[in-house]
Design a binder for this molecule. Structure first.
Ligand code: SF4
Length: 222
């Protein structure tokens, strides 16, 4: 199994928990604002699986859980993912998985095994192509994943407020996930190759207030 990165300690990747973060490579999307491009383009130094496990074991007393993120974790072979989750669980740690929802078939198998899932929604379905190359199949998969995630035991949806999105787009997304337990809207952060001006905090607040009409809790994401 290829591990592209490892952060031993994070307070912001698993709500309410201190977690290690494991980065798995590759992603079927190519979001304009992606901050993990090296991980998508093979420009990383792989870390041996046993080394990561050993470091988690050593840190275990200071951790609540482990976040499996990417890239897109569901592109890693399912048997490898199951083993990783099982190894983490054997340490009595929680497991959270992050996904863009591109592989509902894999997600369906993972959801009973993990404690928390976070799914990114990039835009209203008919506007995905503003953020990432999108196909009908991808949109179909994302719709299926939304329904699966809503049935998970604990979950969140989240959207990066790219300046191409408007408050009306956020309202459309909130309607897509109507009734969802948690929806985070996070501020867009420019990269070296994509740097439109981010919306003001007031605009983000307006987006959060608008989304709150449709979901149980909408908040500003970190
Ligand atoms: S889904 Fe995430 S990892 Fe994949 S391209 Fe978009 S921002 Fe990057």
């Amino acid at each position: 199994m290829i591990i592209a990165g490892y952060n031993p300690n994070s307070c912001v990747d698993y709500p309410g928990n201190i977690a290690s973060v494991i980065f798995l490579p590759n992603c079927p999307l190519r979001c304009v604002y992606c901050h993990n491009k090296p991980m998508l383009d093979g420009e990383y130094e792989a870390i041996p699986y046993e080394e990561v496990l050993e470091r988690i074991k050593k840190n275990k007393l200071f951790l609540d859980g482990v976040v499996i993120t990417g890239g897109e974790p569901t592109l890693t072979p399912i048997e490898d993912l199951k083993k990783l989750i099982s190894d983490i669980k054997s340490l009595n740690l929680l497991v959270k998985i992050d996904t863009c929802g591109s592989s509902p078939k894999v997600l369906e198998q993972l959801l009973p095994l993990v404690d928390y899932v976070a799914m990114d929604i990039k835009a209203p379905l008919d506007k995905y192509s503003m953020i990432t190359p999108a196909t009908d199949k991808l949109m179909e998969n994302i719709s299926k994943s939304i329904e699966l995630v809503k049935q998970a035991k604990d979950y969140e949806f989240r959207t990066t407020l790219d300046p191409k999105l408007t408050v009306d787009d956020i309202e459309t997304i909130a309607k897509m996930i109507e009734g969802a337990k948690a929806y985070y809207i996070q501020q867009f952060v420019a990269t070296d190759f994509y740097y439109p001006k981010a919306y003001s905090s007031d605009y983000l607040k307006w987006c959060v207030e608008t989304a709150n009409k449709y979901v149980k809790t909408a908040s500003r994401g970190g």
